[in-house]
Design a protein around this ligand. Structure first.
Ligand code: DX5
Ligand code: ZN
Length: 219
């Protein structure tokens, strides 16, 4: 419970001051960088692509956690490895051959993550959970920052934690979307290991202090 990680989402950073914001996170108590890649097809928004990720990786001194909201992610696994991703998360809804995709991510030297949309049941992970390093439970419909947290997520975290324990897996649980100081503790208590926070951190007057406050809340 005391080791819940915080992963600020760069989607909410100031892209005109990207290096400044990355260095701010480097110097903060945050644990990971969460990087959202959207293709305008899998989700109704386009975020940024490879050149921007390359620039982020150049300055980031913490784990680079890349969340792909794209169709056909298999095409870009090696590219994201070369761009400095440490964890590569694909959406289960975008993978026809999930097991093969997970093996390919690991073969490229990254940790393998699987993201689930709010409507997707964790039961779909029963046969692959031992091969998954990270499950990202979407607590909003993916595509945009600043949306409202979906309360059903608490039940999902508990059910996923149960599945992980039953199968003897060592998978980490990440929550993505609408995380604030109002739900962080309850999510950690339910079994979450990593909390992504975008607008709550970067929209704050003092993001560094906001991260520190979140960490304190979770300690
Ligand atoms: C949503 C993205 C999230 C987003 C979270 O599609 O996957 O990572 O940046 O932003 P907030 O914390 O503002 O909901
Ligand atoms: Zn994300």
């Amino acid at each position: 419970m005391s080791h819940t990680l915080i992963a600020p989402s760069i989607l909410a950073a100031d892209f005109a001051n990207l290096q400044r914001d990355i260095e701010m996170i480097n110097a903060s108590e945050a644990d990971w960088f969460h990087i959202d890649i959207m293709d305008g097809v899998f989700v109704p928004n386009i975020s940024f692509g490879m050149p921007v990720l390359k620039a982020i990786s150049k300055h980031a001194t913490k784990t680079v956690d890349v969340h792909l909201m794209i169709v056909d992610p298999d095409r870009y696994i090696q590219t994201f490895a070369d761009l400095g991703a440490n964890i590569l998360t694909v959406h289960i809804e975008a993978c026809t051959h999930l097991h093969r995709t997970l093996q390919a991510i690991k073969a490229a030297g990254m940790k393998a993550g699987v993201a689930l949309n709010p409507h997707t049941s964790i039961a779909l992970l029963e046969d692959t959970i031992k091969d998954i390093d990270l499950v990202c439970l979407m607590s909003v419909n993916p595509g945009f920052g600043g949306q409202k947290f979906i309360d059903n997520t608490y039940d999902k975290v508990r059910a996923l934690k149960k599945l992980i324990n039953e199968k003897g897996a060592s998978t980490q649980i990440e929550i993505d979307g609408g995380v604030t100081n109002k739900n962080a503790k309850q999510l950690a208590d339910a079994g979450a290991d990593v909390l992504v926070a975008g607008s709550y951190v970067f929209g704050a007057e003092n993001p560094t202090q906001t991260v520190a406050d979140l960490k304190k809340l979770l300690s």
